[in-house]
Design a protein around this ligand. Structure first.
Ligand SMILES: [Zn+2]
Length: 280
């Protein structure tokens, strides 16, 4: 299950509780060649040895990226937006076999990572962190809908008006006015706001822009409070409880608000489900 902004937030908070001040005893990588080939894992696997003996000082996230900061100027930068399982184990008893990364701590506990799709696991010194692709992408000047206190409805509205582009391009990916939203969150947000997926942001009324902001905040908050989207598993393997209000799970269903048949279109490099009656 993909790690999007709300799930990255949950994992980063759980990591902070579980891992802070732990000292690294061992690091091992498995079955990593494919990920390494496309640049998602350090070219030199030996870079990971630099983490041994380091202590975890803080864990931050922005967008879908998690940065684990160690002393001795070391970092572990993680991104799982195509799918990843981050797990913590207090001993080696139940360690999963199919993993890409395993970090052992001096108290006998472990952090394991399994990438399901593409995604990055990078060991980096402080000076190298700013040049990592996922850091440039998500630890950027683009506002984050979680954690940025100046991300207000006014600011969001201003950015949307300035864009004059399709609503999906304005919310998801490289041209988005916010970091961390995926096609999955997009479908839920525009359904909740009553906006058609093909709308141009230049045509949105002030009321519609405010509805989008409220829907965005609400969906992300709901996902965090529910322990993540269903299919997501947290640091302890506990599944999330958030069932999307719109998305592939609504295939062949009728709209819970109006009863119209849910439609699907290929749009902006993915399938978008929507209600042709409620979303205008
Ligand atoms: Zn409807």
């Amino acid at each position: 299950m993909s790690i999007e902004i709300s799930e990255a937030h949950i994992i980063a908070e759980q990591m902070t509780t579980a891992l802070l001040d732990k000292k690294v005893k061992s690091v091992a990588l498995y079955d990593y060649e494919k990920l390494q080939k496309v640049g998602f894992i350090n070219k030199k696997i030996k870079d990971f040895d630099n983490l041994i003996g380091c202590k975890i000082k803080s864990i931050d996230h922005r967008g879908n990226v998690i940065r684990v900061h160690f002393n001795k100027k070391m970092n572990l930068v993680l991104c799982g937006d195509y799918g990843a399982k981050y797990r913590f184990f207090s001993s080696d008893e139940d360690l999963p076999k199919k993993i890409h990364f395993k970090m052992g701590f001096t108290d006998g506990s472990f952090l394991t990572i399994r990438q399901i799709g593409m995604g990055s696991i990078n060991a980096a010194e402080d000076s190298q962190v700013p040049s990592l692709y996922v850091i440039k992408r998500d630890f950027s000047d683009t506002p984050s809908p979680i954690g940025d206190h100046d991300f207000t409805s006014e600011r969001f509205s201003e950015l949307l008006v300035g864009k004059k582009q399709n609503i999906k391009a304005a919310l998801v990916g490289k041209t988005a006015v916010v970091v961390g939203l995926s096609n999955s969150a997009f479908q839920e947000i525009i359904y909740k706001a009553g906006i058609h997926p093909k709308r141009n942001t230049g045509t949105l009324t002030e009321t519609e822009r405010n509805s989008l902001y409220d829907a965005l905040k609400q969906i992300l908050n709901e996902r965090i409070c529910a322990g993540g989207k269903n299919q997501f598993e947290d640091l302890y393997g506990k599944p999330g409880r958030h069932v999307p209000v719109m998305g592939p799970n609504m295939k062949d269903q009728s709209c819970p608000q109006c009863g119209a048949a849910i439609e699907k279109i290929a749009h902006g490099g993915g399938q978008v489900y929507f209600c042709p009656h409620c979303q205008r």
